[in-house]
Design a protein. Structure first.
Length: 393
């Protein structure tokens, strides 16, 4: 009897895209036995690779666009126009115009980086005739509450002297008034859904500056300054737009771009998995599988807060399926993923080596680990069969 294995990993950020992660795992699984039937789903979570992957799975295309990058530089990037039954839907990946990967290490500074280019991508999608826009959040290098993108779409964010505030997380500290009158009128007609991690909130103890600021280059002082700036932003938004974005689920996505996209642009914030997994047919694939193998570059306590391994753990457990996670590295409290329905997790790193070497060998290591994991699983299946036939004899 064949064992049906669903391979549904995320990409290994900055190292291997989800398609290559999936195919490396699938190769290893097939080596374990001819009785293994594999189905590959390369999953995206709204961050890097989302537009390209959704274009591919729907037979759509990437459209080039020249925008302002996070540091104010000229950036050649793209958005997706989906195909098939999703014709008319545009996917704007925030990371494509404001991603951390566009900011060199020595210039990481979320006090200054901007989402302005994301607004330009949304305009390009509207100009291309989009009738529905999906904005994917994640992997950003910004903390501007979506101010830059809103300004690019015609929203005025004014300081006390009636001047437009400057770009970046710091500019929000000067915000005094919001004027929505000049917002692009097409935004009132074209529905926009924002795929976000609904665990991320704008302010408070789990606020976005505190949780994600340091990885974007913020010092402790910067974090405090940005928190105060986001508090001010939230207060002005509440007064001028009539919505409290402080603890709104997903409002903290991508440096608070979730809050700005909702309050200033009119987008609806949605769980990224509910929105994006439908394109992949995840629920049907989970129902098909006996075993689910998912993967992530770095597994740690953040993985249980709305990341792909924990989401696959939950969906697998609900459907009564075994879920295993293969990870590049195991970080702080990675074991918390076991509380999310995952049966077991492994690091694929086989020997002490530098990060560069590990990244170079990762496909081979994924294949080897997947093969050994599958052999263990098959041994368990064989043992179960023997015990069953023994108890029936
Ligand atoms: O984009 C970001 O800021 C992080 O991925 C959290 O959403």
């Amino acid at each position: 009897m064949n064992i049906r294995v669903l391979v549904a990993p995320s990409g290994f950020k900055g190292c291997l895209d989800p398609e290559h992660v999936a195919s490396a795992i699938a190769t290893g699984l097939r080596r374990a036995s001819d009785a293994v039937e594999v189905r590959e789903l390369a999953l995206v979570d709204g961050g890097e690779g989302t537009a390209a992957t959704l274009a591919r799975v729907t037979d759509g295309e990437l459209r080039p666009a020249r925008v302002t990058g996070p540091l104010g530089e000229v950036l050649d990037t793209s958005f997706a126009m989906l195909g098939g039954t999703h014709h008319g839907t545009a996917v704007v990946e925030l990371a494509a115009a404001a991603g951390l990967s566009h900011v060199p290490h020595d210039r990481r500074d979320p006090m200054r980086t901007t989402t302005r280019g994301v607004g330009a991508l949304i305009l390009a999608a509207l100009d291309a005739g989009a009738t529905r826009v999906i904005v994917g959040c994640g992997d950003s290098g910004v903390n501007d509450g979506g101010a830059g993108l809103a300004q690019a779409l015609g929203v005025r964010l004014l300081d006390r002297s009636g001047e437009d505030i400057v770009g970046g997380g710091l500019g929000l500290a000067e915000l005094d008034r919001i004027d929505l009158a000049g917002r692009d009128p097409r935004l009132a007609r074209v529905p926009m859904e924002v795929a976000c991690n609904v665990e991320n909130v704008l302010t408070g103890p789990r606020g976005v500056a505190r949780v994600f600021g340091p990885q974007k280059g913020a010092s402790e002082d910067d974090v405090r300054t940005m928190e105060a700036a986001l508090d001010r932003f939230a207060a002005v938004v509440e007064r001028d737009c009539g919505v409290d974005v402080r603890l709104m689920p997903g409002g903290g996505a991508s440096g608070g771009a979730g809050a700005g996209l909702h309050a200033l642009v009119g987008g609806t914030l949605r769980s990224r998995f509910d929105l994006l997994f439908a394109f992949h047919g995840v629920d049907e694939a989970v129902a098909w599988a006996d075993l689910i193998v998912t993967a992530e570059g770095g597994l740690d306590y953040k993985s249980v807060r709305g990341k792909i391994p924990s989401e696959m753990g939950r969906r697998g457990a609900t459907a009564g399926k075994a879920v295993v996670v293969l990870a590049g590295t195991l970080g702080e409290r990675s074991g918390e993923v076991l509380d999310e329905g995952v049966c077991a997790y492994f690091s694929v790193i086989g020997r002490p080596q530098s990060l560069d070497d590990a990244m170079r060998d990762v496909e081979e290591q994924l294949g080897r680990s997947a093969e050994q994991m599958m052999r263990t699983f098959l041994a368990g299946v064989a043992l179960g069969r023997r015990q069953n036939s023994g108890s029936q004899a």
